[in-house]
Design a protein around this ligand. Structure first.
Ligand code: HPA
Length: 274
């Protein structure tokens, strides 16, 4: 049996559903590096530590332990996933995406993904927010490899994997909250190394605007499950070689903290519209 397939996700969902009081969440929100602060805005939160959820792994995000939080944002019931299982930690793609299966089993029809990313587009500045219009899977892994899981589409259409309807809602939310929001293509690489300058020049030629080490497996599973997806990258640094600065994880986290308020305002306004 696939230990991170749909049956396992149903079991995990059962184990948290009653305990957290999950009723009808409008969305699941995956919080990227440094963006965990949004979790503090969630009203009436109930929490499950990742170590208590079958099929999950313990993880630590800055300032937060890995946890699934159920509560309200913008007046709507949501599930927040603070902490990821990155492939660079040695997790398989299906494990990276397992929280999405659990969120779907808990009733979430919308997936909102967020991440920290390096800016490939030369005009980006650290702290910019980029709506993800599309992605390029350069991880060369796919979470759907193997027998088809119950509820999955075998060959998911990826032509509008970031929902045009949700993109319009995000843009409206950005206007409403006065949060500047760019739009572009996210390239997902395995990591854990940051890119070389030559790789960043390649990414630029391929049509990427930002690059990071997450998100792609989650969005693929969401597509297979028929969830509607929206996402935002926080540009924490310019990608390798665009400036002479070295890239450090500490800087990535610091920029995340500075942008946390704007990010939270944007996401809250977006959720309110669902
Ligand atoms: N590259 C890949 N992942 C990242 C970066 C980067 O420059 N910054 C934050 N996450």
């Amino acid at each position: 049996m696939n230990l991170h397939g749909s049956a396992a996700a149903k079991a995990a969902a059962r184990s948290v559903s009653d305990r957290l009081g999950v009723k009808a969440p409008v969305a699941a929100i995956i919080l990227g590096s440094g963006l965990g602060e949004l979790a503090d805005r969630i009203e009436q939160p109930t929490r499950a530590n990742y170590s208590e959820i079958p099929g999950f792994f313990s993880t630590h995000v800055e300032g937060h332990k890995g946890e699934l939080i159920r509560g309200f944002l913008g007046g709507k019931e949501i599930l927040a996933l603070a902490g990821r299982f990155h492939m660079y930690e040695g997790h398989e793609a299906r494990v990276s995406a397992f929280p999405v299966r659990v969120a779907s089993a808990l009733g979430a029809k919308v997936l909102f993904v967020s991440n920290a990313a390096g800016g490939v587009r030369r005009t980006f500045k650290p702290g910019d927010l980029m709506l993800i219009e599309d992605h390029i899977n350069l991880m060369f892994r796919n979470p759907l490899i193997g027998p088809v899981e119950a509820g999955d589409t075998r060959f998911p259409d990826m032509s509008a994997s970031y929902s045009p309807r949700l993109i319009a809602l995000l843009q409206a939310s950005a206007k409403e909250t006065g949060v500047p929001l760019a739009a572009g293509v996210y390239a997902g690489l395995l990591g854990p190394t940051y890119e070389t300058p030559a790789e960043v020049r390649m990414l630029e030629k391929l049509g990427a605007d930002a690059t990071g080490m997450s998100t792609v497996p989650e969005v693929i599973v969401a597509a297979a499950l028929g969830m509607e997806v929206a996402g935002v990258s926080l540009i924490t640094n310019l990608a390798s070689g665009i400036t002479s600065d070295a890239i450090s994880h500490a800087d990535v986290v610091e920029v995340g903290k500075q942008a946390a308020g704007r990010f939270a305002n944007l996401v809250t306004a977006f959720i309110a519209k669902l």
